[in-house]
Design a protein around this ligand. Structure first.
Ligand SMILES: [Zn+2]
Length: 536
């Protein structure tokens, strides 16, 4: 027996014989059974959906159920003459037509002529037309005439994988059923059942790999399962499946992702060599990597692994890894991969170099957290957290909204924990800054706590000048006390004249000046190159 024949045997062996054993299409089978029970059988059904999900199987069950001599609860008995006739392909009342090879107008005319005659044995005459979208336009028009005035004994079931190619005039005369792509979990549990019955030992990783390779098709999954049995015998392990199906296993993507997170650019060239030497498709490798990050993203976003199609062991790994990367970084990595994959799709020259370039870009990408810290460092000492946010938007491109605006100090610097340590900050002031403590006691200086730092309001110029002179020391003292840089705003004494302030800002230069500005002033200065002209 050839491999091909053995697939057919097993696929047939596990083909559901009643509606209740069809997997994953309850919305279809329940409706069909109700129609049979209540005698409201439509004269034309259209079954649409991906390949291998049970369209033809359901059409055949429907055919037997309609003509069965001893139906039970709208299910065929599969033992009466009528049922066995259909099962063996002997029935003259149930006719299966492959739309791909019988697509001419003559074929349909012949069908129409035959359809006129009443069924020989059962109640219904039934035509099952597979791949109905392959019919020619003339054939559709001929079919339409029959659909417009169908004899009462006639039932059509059209099956198609490409519903958009079926003319609207046909669609409007059919009751339509959309078959679902199979869930990986449904396929896995069905394959597990088959394996147990057939005495095949197979691990969960292998089952998931097969189900994924079958891409939602139960029939394909059974074929692949058979292929594995002929390849491995009755004991199937995940590595054999990866080898036989030429799959890139999950381990590979976890490794690559780890190297990317470690910014190991050199390793990217090794990965590229490995991919080429194993004969993996470059584009598929990128898609696999994209899926890997997609899986991580679902864990980061939902806090659960339920949206991942993988073995429970692999799901756990995703859950364990998700903590080590930010959503912003995952999105940025996915953007780079998507761009790289799109380029490869256009079959450019030197695909391997482009593939490598994408990998290197991934490994060379800065973490957004580091970027954030960098920006925070740049803005340290200025009360300008909001400005930091603006600057970041420029830096990190399209996903900037996701970037965690960093900074330990932003979280530490709430007004509340500033005030909590304020007394010890005052007590611990070094000798040359102790005038601040005295000024506060004498009511010459007020201190407000805000979420961006301290706001100092001297009541007199002399205090203002002294603080300005010592501001660097004050900052470093506060940093020691709070364990992190503290924003500082110094609001000039109310009566300060324009002339005095100009004199003062002339005396000070650069960064020192910035400390006198409020956050909004900082932003204005940065955005519009504005200049302060003083207050009135
Ligand atoms: Zn029967």
């Amino acid at each position: 027996m050839t491999e091909q024949q053995s697939f057919l045997v097993t696929a047939r062996k596990w083909r559901p014989l009643v509606f209740s054993s069809v997997v994953g299409q309850d919305h279809v089978t329940t409706t069909l059974k109700n129609a049979i029970r209540t005698g409201r059988v439509h004269h034309a059904y259209l079954f649409t959906g991906p390949r291998g999900v049970g369209k033809t199987t359901c059409a055949r069950i429907l055919a037997r159920a309609l003509n069965c001599q001893n139906p039970t609860d709208a299910e065929p008995c599969n033992v009466c003459d009528s049922c066995t006739g259909v099962l063996d392909g002997r029935s003259v009342d149930v006719i299966e037509i492959d739309g791909a090879s019988n697509n001419s107008v003559d074929d349909v005319r012949k069908l129409r002529d035959n359809a006129k005659y009443a069924p020989l044995n059962g109640r219904y005459k039934m035509y099952i037309i597979d791949e109905v979208h392959m019919l020619s336009t003339a054939a559709f028009n001929a079919l339409l005439k029959t659909l417009e005035e169908p004899p009462p004994h006639l039932v059509f079931v059209f099956a198609t994988t490409e519903i958009h190619k079926v003319p609207a005039t046909i669609l409007s005369r059919c009751q339509r059923f959309d078959f679902r792509r199979m869930e990986i979990s449904s396929i896995v549990s069905h394959l597990r059942h088959i394996a147990e019955t057939d005495g095949v030992s197979i691990d969960e990783g292998s089952l998931v790999s097969i189900a994924r390779k079958a891409d939602g098709s139960m029939r394909d999954s059974q074929s692949i399962f058979d292929q594995m049995v002929s390849f491995c015998g009755t004991k199937i392990v995940a590595s054999d499946v990866s080898n036989a199906l030429h799959l890139i296993d999950d381990e590979f993507f976890f490794d690559v992702a780890k190297a990317i997170s470690e910014h190991d650019v050199a390793r990217m060239f090794e990965v590229s060599r490995l991919v080429v030497s194993r004969g993996y498709d470059l584009q598929e490798t990128l898609i696999g990597l994209l899926e890997h990050y997609r899986n991580l993203l679902t864990v980061i976003s939902t806090g659960s692994t339920t949206l991942i199609e993988a073995s429970s062991q692999t799901m756990k790994r995703y859950a364990d890894t998700a903590d080590s990367i930010s959503k912003a970084d995952v999105l940025r990595l996915m953007t780079i991969i998507t761009q790289g994959e799109a380029q490869l799709r256009q079959n450019p020259p030197h695909p391997r170099v482009r593939f490598e370039f994408t990998l290197v870009q991934l490994a060379a990408m800065d973490d957004s957290v580091q970027l954030g810290e960098l920006l925070a460092r740049l803005s340290v000492g200025t009360p300008s957290a909001p400005v930091g946010g603006v600057a970041m938007a420029v830096k990190v491109g399209p996903v900037n909204r996701q970037v965690r605006v960093p900074t330990k100090q932003a979280s530490a610097l709430t007004a509340r924990n500033l005030s909590e340590k304020w007394n010890s900050a005052l007590e611990g002031l070094p000798e040359h800054l102790s005038f601040i403590r005295s000024a506060i006691k004498q009511g010459m200086l007020t201190v407000d706590f805000s979420d961006v730092g301290l706001v100092l309001r001297p009541a007199a110029d002399i205090i203002h000048h002294r603080i300005t002179d010592q501001v660097a020391d004050l900052r470093s003292h506060l940093t020691t006390i709070y364990g992190t840089p503290v924003g500082l705003q110094l609001i000039p004494a109310p009566a300060l004249s324009v002339a005095e302030r100009e004199a003062e800002s002339g005396k000070k230069n650069g960064v020192e000046d910035d400390s006198l500005m409020t956050p909004i002033e900082h932003t204005l200065v940065a955005l519009f190159k504005a200049k302060r002209v003083g207050r009135t």
